[in-house]
Design a protein. Structure first.
Length: 192
């Protein structure tokens, strides 16, 4: 049950976005640019990172939606679950393994990275832009997982397929359209 009394009983993240459009419109724009814009990582790889981080954090809502989205975009079904279970045979490309290892360390502890963790990402063939996109995606989903869990948003299995199809097929911009009437520009400060 949602912790915010003004949210509906079976609130989705879209309900939160609609309730607070002034902060969530820029957040969704950031999602679109980071997860669907130009990047050394494919859309599927970025969704894989999002699903993996969310699984590590125990955020059932984000893990469910982003796992289904990653699989719809081409990540083999069950690969993320196998990865989270520590199965060394998880169907994950070798080039993504150091990326996901760094994502896990950064998720578990913000100051937990070592130079060898960073070097392993570059040694796998990723460049500086990829490294930034990796760190930004990990940071974004650590934020999103805490937002979802802090507000008590629960996973509705019936919503997963709908959300995954929308994200895989159309990205994050349709969510902005779903906010409804949103004021132009930042909110005006009230003088005291």
């Amino acid at each position: 049950m949602a912790h915010l009394p003004t949210l509906p009983e079976k609130a989705t993240l879209l309900d939160v976005f609609r309730m607070f459009p002034e902060t969530n419109r820029p957040l969704l724009e950031f999602h679109e640019v980071l997860l669907r814009g130009a990047s050394p990582f494919t859309e599927a790889e970025r969704e894989l990172i999002a699903a993996y981080v969310s699984g590590l954090n125990g955020c059932r809502y984000c893990h469910g939606v982003h796992t289904a989205t990653a699989e719809r975009l081409g990540i083999p079904q069950g690969a993320i679950a196998a990865l989270l279970a520590g199965d060394p045979r998880a169907d994950i490309p070798a080039k993504m393994r150091p990326v996901l290892e760094l994502a896990a360390k950064l998720t578990e502890r913000a100051d937990g990275l070592t130079r060898s963790d960073v070097d392993a990402v570059f040694a796998a063939g990723w460049d500086g832009q990829a490294y930034y996109h990796l760190v930004a995606t990990v940071a974004l989903f650590n934020y999103m997982n805490r937002l979802v869990e802090g507000l008590g948003i629960e996973l509705d299995q019936a919503y997963v397929g709908v959300a995954a199809q929308r994200l895989a097929d159309r990205g994050y911009l349709p969510l902005i359209e779903m906010l409804g009437e949103v004021q132009a520009g930042p909110p005006q400060r009230k003088s005291t």
